[in-house]
Design a protein around this ligand. Structure first.
Ligand SMILES: Cc1cc2nc3c(=O)[nH]c(=O)nc-3n(C[C@H](O)[C@H](O)[C@H](O)COP(=O)(O)OP(=O)(O)OC[C@H]3O[C@@H](n4cnc5c(N)ncnc54)[C@H](O)[C@@H]3O)c2cc1C
Length: 582
């Protein structure tokens, strides 16, 4: 059968049983378990209004993990948190024109507006816990079709509204936050456009509503034996439209590609009309509109239907762990594996500090002792680094890839065995649960955030050292220590991404804690804005990185991008201030 018209399933009303059925630390959250039967998005009321993820999922932090972090940053004190009811009292009256509030697609309910006012950046968490949201959308629209979005954009123009496209709201760079201003704000939430619309099995192109979240993408494809293979750590809640608009990268990008390789074309509704991007496999017909529209972060228009390149479900998928004597050895394995075209699906290398932290955070004291003793007995010191890798494909192909990769590992003095294989499975099993740790640590007064970049292999070490140094020193004026560690999570023949996690203490209140974060963020971002590393490899620009973009793109680059956006949105109503600082 060359072309299967997918059944358009009727959307059940907010059915909690459709939400991810994971409610304790021990339950399965791996790809299969999480996506099975998950053919619609997680209803927003099933998610935390002031933190990450599903309200039924928590992740504990081991006592010795927390102790390790505190040994770097000092004793901590928890920040206070306001209640939902308290914040609801601060939501002002909607300024939307009455004609719009009467539309079936638009809600002016205060809780709906509150739940679409903030994403997942550190300033967002401060706002959500401190209660100072600064601004709320005046209304939230829930379109069900491209025609609905066209109507909404026409009305936005007639009534001079600001429009914010909203996917899963998982932005960590201030992409979807309304700003104070005279023009009312309409957030357009894509959550009802969450269905597989068409599957061309011959060309392996699946057309989806752009608001489809990760688990709903994979569950619907799985029914036909296909897979997209895009697994950012925010997979549970982030959407196709958000991935494309913010140029996301998933954990298995080595095997499945970045979102740029998966996005074939689709429909973008702009204030100037509908832009249809043809899903042609390759073209020499001038600049590529597909490439030009990716990364526009809601400023060019709204993706409504997107055509994605999919592939058959793999026969076998494995995740494993190896330990290497030091960073140099680990980096050499990664570089050679990618440059020799070994067919792995993922590679991730934690530096020594991250390796130690992971071993503490992910184990009980007795497990930690057992693993440490095992690794020490095999000659590894405190410089050891942890490498996580995976294969996804048919068994023969995986076998060949693992044989080739094992050879590289051995050359660099790796330690592998039953215990490291188990660690690989444990990682895969719990990989979408790591973000839940943030809330647990927050509750202990341990503030955590991340930043990321990409650079060439010849600059990896220097960049990592610079970033970590800048972050560690950033609170010296307050006598505060920052703990930072880094991993490589996406590899290319030319270079790799670097992903740094840092911890610092909450200050006496929300405002002074935010000020600490601003100092760290500025130190980290300035260390990147040097022409050799990008301000973001996968999180996008948003508002938080916009001040640093010119250092990467140059004055003319910013001008070209800005002119292109203005040609589609001359009245500057689509998410102004995001991506390009006005
Ligand atoms: C815990 C956590 C882990 C993360 N891990 C990763 C990771 O591994 N890899 C990664 O790439 N990112 C990661 N992120 C960042 C974030 O998930 C990505 O930026 C993601 O692409 C955002 O998708 P979303 O659907 O949530 O979009 P949103 O946050 O809702 O929006 C992001 C931007 O896209 C625009 N947008 C959304 N939908 C549309 C649409 N249909 N049309 C036009 N514009 C649209 C918005 O206006 C906004 O500018 C992580 C975030 C969190 C909180």
């Amino acid at each position: 059968m060359s072309k299967i018209k997918a059944l358009i399933r009727k959307r059940p009303k907010s059915d909690p049983s459709k939400a991810i059925s994971v409610n304790s630390d021990n339950q399965n959250t791996n790809i299969d378990a999480a996506s099975k039967g998950h053919t619609v998005n997680t209803p927003i009321e099933q998610t935390r209004w002031n933190g990450w993820g599903n309200i039924n999922i928590n992740k504990k932090v081991s006592a010795h993990g927390a102790k390790l972090i505190k040994s770097h940053i000092g004793k901590t004190k928890k920040l206070s948190s306001v209640s939902l009811q308290q914040v609801l009292k601060t939501v002002p009256k909607s300024r939307l024109p009455v004609a719009m509030t009467e539309l079936d697609t638009v809600s002016v309910d205060n809780e709906v507006r509150l739940r679409h006012a903030r994403g997942q950046s550190f300033p967002d968490w401060i706002a959500m816990h401190g209660g100072d949201f600064e601004a709320f959308p005046d209304g939230v629209a829930f379109p069900e079709s491209t025609a609905d979005v066209e109507t909404l954009l026409k009305l936005a123009s007639e009534h001079d509204l600001i429009v914010i496209p909203f996917g899963g709201g998982t932005s960590v760079a201030g992409h979807i936050n309304p700003q104070k201003g005279s023009r009312p704000v309409l957030t357009i939430a894509m959550s009802k456009m969450d269905q597989l619309i068409d599957l061309d099995s011959e060309s392996q192109i699946a057309t989806f509503g752009a608001g489809t979240q990760g688990p709903a993408v994979e569950a619907q494809l799985d029914e036909y034996g296909y897979r997209l293979g895009h697994y950012p750590q925010s997979w549970e809640l982030s959407t196709l439209g958000g991935w494309i608009a913010a140029r996301s990268s998933g954990q298995q990008s080595l095997g499945y590609g970045r979102i740029e390789q998966m996005f074939a074309g689709g429909t973008l509704v702009t204030p100037q009309g509908v832009l249809n991007i043809a899903d042609i496999p390759a073209s020499a017909a001038g600049p590529d509109l597909r490439e030009m529209m990716m990364g526009t972060e809601g400023r060019a228009g709204i993706f409504t239907e997107v055509k994605m390149r999919v592939q058959s479900q793999p026969e076998e998928e494995l995740f494993k762990v190896a330990f290497l004597p030091n960073w140099e050895a680990g980096k050499e394995v990664l570089r050679q594996a990618v440059q020799k075209n070994i067919r792995l699906s993922m590679l991730r290398l934690s530096n020594a500090v991250e390796t130690d932290a992971h071993l503490h955070l992910g184990t009980t004291p007795s497990q930690f002792m057992a693993i440490s003793t095992y690794l020490k007995a095999r000659g590894l010191s405190s410089k050891k680094v942890m490498l996580t890798y995976g294969v996804s494909g048919d068994k023969a192909q995986n076998k060949l890839a693992l044989t080739q990769f094992n050879k590289l590992l051995k050359q660099q003095g790796s330690v592998t065995g039953k215990i490291t294989d188990i660690m690989g499975s444990v990682w895969a099993h719990g990989r979408f649960k790591f973000p839940y740790l943030r809330g647990t640590l927050w509750g202990k007064g341990i503030m955590v955030d991340t930043f990321e970049t990409a650079t060439n292999w010849n600059n990896i070490d220097e960049q990592m050292a610079q970033m970590q140094e800048a972050v560690k020193k950033s609170l010296a004026d307050e006598g505060e220590n920052v703990m930072a560690f880094t991993h490589i999570s996406h590899v290319y023949k030319q270079g790799a991404s670097l992903y740094t996690t840092y911890f610092f203490r909450a200050a006496k209140d929300h405002a002074s804690t935010l000020s600490r974060w601003q100092k760290i963020k500025h130190a980290a971002s300035s260390s990147l804005a040097n022409g050799t590393a990008t301000i973001s490899h996968q999180h996008g620009v948003g508002r938080d990185h916009a001040p640093y973009l010119a250092a990467e793109k140059g004055k003319l680059g910013i001008q070209v991008t800005s002119d292109m956006l203005k040609s589609l949105d001359p009245e500057q109503r689509m998410n102004p201030g995001v991506l390009i600082k006005e």
